[in-house]
Design a protein around this ligand. Structure first.
Ligand SMILES: *Cc1c(COP(=O)(O)O)cnc(C)c1O
Length: 388
C-alpha cells in the first residue's frame, strides 16, 4: 500500500492518540529499514528499544516461525514449553527465582505493584500498602502504572488515580518522609528513559537498596527500557551493585513480539499463589519462543560487543558540533542539542535516519546488532542535521 493510502485510512479510522512521523516501513535488514517509497532509513530507535536484533534476523525468525508451525496459543490453563524454557533462562541470567509473564511493560509493572501489596499484606496486614516512585519516572499507561509515573504531562484528565501511590525526588530523606512507615515498595528505573535518558546516581541507588533492605520495603527495578542488554549488562541494575526484589521488563525481550515479564527474587518468589494474578495472552508460546532465542544470544561475548559499540558511538556523538551533552548508558543514549529535539528528529527522517526524542533530549536506542557501517551512516546524517 502507498503511504498516502495508509495515512488516509489511519486518519479516518484510527484513534487519534498518536502524532506520527511521515513514513511507513515495508521491510529491511538489521538496522536498515525500507520505507513504502523504497527509501532506506538507518534505524537509531529500534521501534523504541523493541527490535534489539534489528529486523529480519534469520535465527530469531526461525525460532518464531518454528513455534507458529506447532501451536500459536494454548492458554495458561495448560503447560507451555517455550514459556517454561524462558522462565528458566531468565532466572539463570538474573538470579531471579520465578517469573510471571504479561504482554507489555505496563502489565509487568502492574504485576510488580500487586505483588508488593500482597507481600506486605501477608506480613503486616493492611497498614503498609504505599508504593513510592520517583519524579520524572515512566511506568506505563494503565491507571496503576500511570499513578506511579512521575510526570504530570501524562496525568491530566485521568484522576482519580490509584490511592497510596506517592511520587517523590531521588533522595533518601525525601523517600523516607514519603514512606511514613507505610510503604511496601519503591520503584525505580536505573536509567529514566521517557523523561530524557537520565541515569540515576550510583550512590543514591546503593543507599536506596540498603534503606529498603533495612525497612523491609521491596525494591522494584523497572527494566522495561534499560534492560535486555541495552547497557552492556543483561539488566542495567547490574551496573549499580544492587539486587532488587522484583524486576520488570518488556520492550526488547522478545525481539519485536509483545511480551512483558515480572521477575521475583528471594523475598518475593512465593508471594503470588494460585488465582492471585493471571493473563490470557501472557507468556504466549510464539512470543516466548522469540524471547528464548533473544535471551540465549544475550551472552557475555555479545554484551561485550554492545559495550564496544556504545563506546564508539558515544565518542563520535560527543564530537559532533551542536551536541551539548551525551547522557544515559550503553546503547541507551540521550543528546542535549542546540536544536529542539523534535526538529532534529524530523530533519533526520527526511535525510534517512530514525531517531527518537524524550522530553527535551534526542534519544537513541539502536538495535544492539547495529553494524559499524550503519552507525557511521547514521552519524553522518545526524551531524549534518545538527551542524546546519
Ligand atoms: C515503555 C515503558 C513502560 C511501558 O511499557 P508498555 O509496553 O508500553 O506498556 C514502562 N516502563 C518503562 C521504563 C518504559 O520505558
Amino acid at each position: 500500500m502507498k503511504l498516502e493510502e495508509i495515512k488516509e485510512l489511519d486518519s479516518k479510522y484510527g484513534a487519534k492518540t498518536f502524532s506520527r512521523f511521515d513514513v511507513a516501513f515495508r521491510g529491511g535488514k538489521n538496522a536498515t529499514l525500507i520505507g513504502e517509497d523504497g527509501k532506506e532509513y538507518i534505524d537509531f530507535g529500534s521501534g523504541i528499544a523493541v527490535n534489539i536484533f534489528g529486523v529480519n534476523d534469520e535465527e530469531w525468525k526461525s525460532a518464531v516461525i518454528g513455534q507458529l508451525n506447532k501451536i500459536q496459543h494454548a492458554s495458561n490453563l495448560y503447560y507451555i514449553e517455550p514459556q517454561a524454557r524462558l522462565s528458566k533462562l531468565l532466572c539463570e541470567k538474573s538470579g531471579a527465582k520465578r517469573v510471571f509473564f504479561g504482554n507489555s511493560g505496563a502489565e509487568a509493572n502492574e504485576c510488580a505493584f500487586k505483588t508488593a501489596r500482597k507481600y506486605s499484606y501477608d506480613k503486616y496486614g493492611e497498614k503498609r500498602k504505599r508504593i513510592i516512585s520517583l519524579k520524572d519516572s515512566f511506568h506505563g499507561r494503565t491507571l496503576f502504572t500511570l499513578s506511579a509515573t512521575g510526570q504530570d504531562a501524562f496525568h491530566k484528565y485521568f484522576a482519580p488515580f490509584v490511592p497510596d501511590v506517592v511520587n517523590t525526588v531521588a533522595d533518601i530523606k525525601a523517600i523516607d518522609r514519603a514512606a511514613d512507615g507505610r510503604a511496601c515498595a519503591v520503584v525505580i528505573e536505573c536509567i529514566q528513559g521517557e523523561s530524557g535518558v537520565t541515569a540515576l546516581d550510583k550512590t543514591f541507588v546503593k543507599e536506596l537498596a540498603d534503606y529498603c533492605k533495612e525497612k523491609d520495603i521491596l525494591l522494584i527495578c523497572d527494566e522495561v527500557q534499560c534492560g535486555n542488554g541495552r547497557t552492556g549488562k543483561f539488566f542495567a541494575y547490574e551496573h549499580y551493585s544492587i539486587t532488587p526484589d522484583i524486576v520488570t521488563t518488556a520492550k526488547g525481550i522478545a525481539g519485536g513480539l509483545p511480551l512483558g515479564a515480572c521477575l521475583f527474587y528471594d523475598k518475593t518468589e512465593n508471594v503470588l499463589g494460585v488465582g492471585d494474578h493471571g493473563s490470557t495472552f501472557g507468556g504466549n508460546p510464539v512470543a516466548c519462543a522469540g524471547a528464548c532465542n533473544i535471551v540465549e544470544r544475550l551472552n557475555d561475548d555479545f554484551l561485550f560487543e554492545v559495550t564496544g559499540k556504545a563506546e564508539y558511538l558515544r565518542a563520535k556523538l560527543s564530537k559532533i558540533d551542536g551536541v551539548k551533552k551525551v547522557t544515559g548508558m550503553g546503547l541507551m543514549i540521550g543528546l542535549e542539542t542546540d536544536k529542539p529535539p523534535k526538529e532534529v528528529a524530523i530533519e533526520c527522517l527526511e535525510r534517512g535516519l530514525l531517531v527518537l526524542t524524550a522530553h527535551n533530549r534526542v534519544r537513541l536506542l539502536p538495535p544492539l546488532t547495529i553494524t559499524k557501517t550503519e552507525m557511521d551512516e547514521g552519524l553522518a546524517i545526524l551531524s549534518g542535521v545538527l551542524q546546519k
